[in-house]
Design a protein around this ligand. Sequence first.
Ligand SMILES: C[S@@+](CC[C@H](N)C(=O)[O-])C[C@H]1O[C@@H](n2cnc3c(N)ncnc32)[C@H](O)[C@@H]1O
Length: 208
Amino acid sequence: MSDLIYIADVIPPENKEEALSFYYSIFGNRNPITIEIGSGNGHFLVDRARECPGRNFIGTEILNGRAKRFHSKIEKRALENIVVFKGDARRFVWEFLFEQIVSEFIILFPDPWPKKRHHKHRLLKAAFINMLHYCLVQGGTVTLATDFPEYRELILEEFKKNGNFQCTRQDENSLYPDSYSKTLFQERFEKEGREIYFLKFRKKNFIR
Ligand SMILES: C[S@@+](CC[C@H](N)C(=O)[O-])C[C@H]1O[C@@H](n2cnc3c(N)ncnc32)[C@H](O)[C@@H]1O
């Protein structure tokens, strides 16, 4: 399978078993899976994939030009542990993921939709957070960054309401080593002198 997969062109797996075979057919192994939502040009995830050959990485991006630039970075470096799914990440999460198959979600600078009438377009709402929880393995994590303080507060509130996550980081300016490329939006916001908020949540382990 190509490293650039068009979500609309693939018949999604019907159950967890099929999903595991699907990812095995892509990566040729069953290593832990990291998924990035809204990868842009893929700067960040490509660096992670180079540094962590023992993990598999899936980026998602809705815009064609960005997905293609992301894909050419993968090809140029001949990386075998990373692919990009072009299309709506929400569709990817709902249709291509199943219970406890993801070890990490990364969402860097999701569109904040600042106008009140556009709030309905925000990604990080109850149903989506619930779905992230369902797809994560026990102890799996969600890492987020935003430059928008009101969205940060809302995200903290929504994860708290969900009740199945522990917030492990909320006061950091960065969660990654300096050696990692900053994303385009992080660079842009830092140049503009905006504060950046990183957040990290861990799926709670329940003892039955
Ligand atoms: C503000 S940009 C951040 C991009 C990148 N994470 C960065 O930090 O440079 C948000 C990205 O999410 C993508 N995006 C927005 N909604 C999406 C969706 N439903 N599915 C996939 N990508 C989406 C946008 O096209 C854009 O590239």
